[in-house]
Design a protein around this ligand. Structure first.
Ligand code: NDP
Ligand code: ZN
Ligand code: ZN
Length: 350
């Protein structure tokens, strides 16, 4: 039996968010039905809703920072029971048999079967478009569900499912540790998490933000330095993570890397203004490495969740209602937002 759901959908790239009734596929043997309590607003939601990367699939219900409680389980479910607190992130299925899937990097499924949480077809359910977390419930294969301690503050857990893992993963990959000099470019939802994790790992962190008003927040969260322009920075950095969602000059940051330094790109600006590196700049700045990073696999997402809860690392959030989504999008694209908006889904349909 299909599951009746309600959410907030956008119907075209220049359209508006409206309440939308729809249905999800039935609960399969290995699926769980999750009652969604909170959904974070990631800047990727905005890029997708407005077709800034590719032509979106409409109607679209974004949201891939999902926190909630299990309401029902399929008959072969082993990891979860009704009442468990859980999270769902950027993808909800994949082939499970290819090399990347077997190596717990399901976001890179070699058979192109990663089912992203929204703006993607569900290859395992008749190619119907998958709907995201700005909704009251979701049905997900248990292998793609993250377990959350029942005492964790659930509204703050939601953003960990994307902003958390996307920043935790490259910090670990580049082996950030005690004394590493880290730069974080872009100080919004992802940038704030990168700062908190890097500080917890013992790094000395410099924040690069365009909004001077966030300087005190950065220092309060443990940053050593704050720059509103990368050209002001005179020190060398071992590792930089760029979370910037707009056009910028990437070379300004590559230049700041120390010998053997690494720069992880996670920010994905609209396609038509995406920054590029000239091959000459790249080679003349040898011994520096630049790589892209895409969220993180399920195993690492669970590790990130446990690490965050153990070290009490949570995002700064502002709770809003479903009717406020467009205002939040406006603020996030006009330098008016602070860190993470989280939609209180339970209160949004009253
Ligand atoms: P937010 O909007 O929360 O934060 C972005 C921050 O970047 C804001 O603080 C903004 O400043 C700042 N900023 C914008 N332009 C510049 C600039 N030119 N120089 C310095 N700072 C700038 O976005 P998110 O943190 O949610 O997402 C960031 C990016 O990461 C997006 O492109 C998103 O799609 C991408 N992303 C990628 C993932 C991956 O797996 N690779 C996963 C998740 C997200 P201000 O405060 O003034 O607005
Ligand atoms: Zn995201
Ligand atoms: Zn696969």
């Amino acid at each position: 039996m299909r599951i009746q759901s309600k959410g907030f959908a956008i119907f075209s790239k220049d359209g508006h968010f409206k309440p939308h009734d729809f249905s999800r596929h039935a609960i399969g043997a290995k699926d769980v039905l999750i009652d969604i309590h909170y959904a974070g607003i990631c800047h990727s939601d905005i890029h997708s809703a407005y077709s800034e990367w590719k032509e979106g699939i409409y109607p679209m219900i974004p949201g891939h920072e999902i926190a909630g409680v299990i309401k029902e389980v399929g008959k072969e479910v082993k990891k979860f029971k009704v009442g468990d607190v859980v999270g769902v992130g950027c993808f909800v299925n994949s082939c499970k048999t290819c090399k990347p899937c077997k190596e717990h990097q399901e976001q890179f499924c070699a058979n192109n079967k990663t089912v992203f949480t929204y703006d993607c077809l569900d290859y395992f359910h008749d190619n119907e478009p998958h709907m995201g977390g700005y909704s009251n419930n979701i049905v997900v294969d248990e292998d793609y569900v993250i377990s959350v301690d029942k005492n964790a503050p659930l509204e703050k857990v939601a953003p960990l499912l994307c902003a958390g893992i996307t920043t935790y993963s490259p910090l670990k990959f580049s082996k950030v540790t005690q004394g590493t000099k880290v730069g974080v470019a872009g100080f919004g939802g992802l940038g704030m998490m990168a700062l908190k994790y890097a500080v917890a790992m013992g790094a000395e962190v410099s924040i690069f933000a365009r909004n001077e008003n966030k300087k005190q927040d950065a220092l309060n969260m443990g940053a050593k330095h704050f720059y509103s322009n990368p050209k002001e920075c005179k020190e060398e950095l071992d590792f930089i993570i760029s979370t910037i969602p707009t056009n910028y000059d990437l070379k300004d940051y590559v230049k700041l890397l120390s010998y053997n330094g690494e720069l992880a790109l996670v920010g994905l600006p609209p396609r038509e203004v995406a920054p590029a590196l000239n091959v000459f700049d790249f080679i003349n700045l040898g011994n520096r490495k630049v790589y892209g990073s895409l969220i993180g696999g399920i195993k690492e997402t669970q590790e990130m969740m446990d690490f965050s809860i153990k070290h009490n690392i949570y995002p700064e959030i502002e709770l809003i209602l479903g009717k406020d989504i467009e205002t939040a999008y406006h603020n996030l694209t006009h330098s008016k937002a602070k860190f993470r908006y989280v939609i209180d889904m339970k209160k949004s349909f009253d």
